[in-house]
Write a protein that binds this ligand. Sequence first.
Ligand SMILES: O=C(CO)COP(=O)(O)O
Length: 250
Amino acid sequence: MPAHVRRPMVAGNWKMNGSKALVSAMTQSLSEVSLDNVDVVICPPMPLLACVEPNKFYLGAQNVSQYDAGAYTGESSTSILSELNVRYVIVGHSERRELFAEDDQVVVQKVQAVLNAGLTPIVCFGESLKVREEGNYLEFLYAQVDAVLNGIGAKIKDCVLAYEPIWAIGTGNTASPEQAQQVHAKVREHIAQEYTDIAAGLTILYGGSVNAANAAELFSQQDVDGGLVGGASLKTDDFIAICQAANNLD
Ligand SMILES: O=C(CO)COP(=O)(O)O
């Protein structure tokens, strides 16, 4: 199979950072560069979604409620996100799983809500350092992916996946290109056992200390279809360099 048959994507997850000023700066910077060969997604904090006019990029949310509407103080529904021009929603990020106790069941409910609204979930999975060191990380990752597959079946084709090893998030310890490629290829193979054609076309992003210096090598791996970027997505120059690395792949 030729390298990079799938269109690359770079998504910036601002987490609980950023400002209206950063929205303006990022929008301006992205408007000045040509990024025709990559889908760029910006995921600012919820309230800032309303300030963004997605132009040469898509808008993503970092979270969503699994419920449609009602007495859920502090939550936001898919229909509200849709009104704000959101196209992607990050689901199952390790910070949501760990800090907000979102288990596989909640992850599946959120993925279903996002798909039902016609939006695209960016479904995150990833192992802790302990699990990696114990050596059984692939089984751990398959179980996370299987929970989603069991919930949505062939609708996995409408999802983007993101491998985010927890030990690489915000630590500066990026997975090596070989480590990322191994997991991406194995997870794709795993999904292909039941969904052969879908697996070949699935976008699988890598996330965890992606930066302007390491992006090109990570993205050049055959099964790494781009990145989900945290810290480096808060600096316009760095984020644009990462988008260009994905844009300029052979
Ligand atoms: O969690 C991440 C993106 O969702 C990765 O964060 P960092 O790029 O800051 O390691």
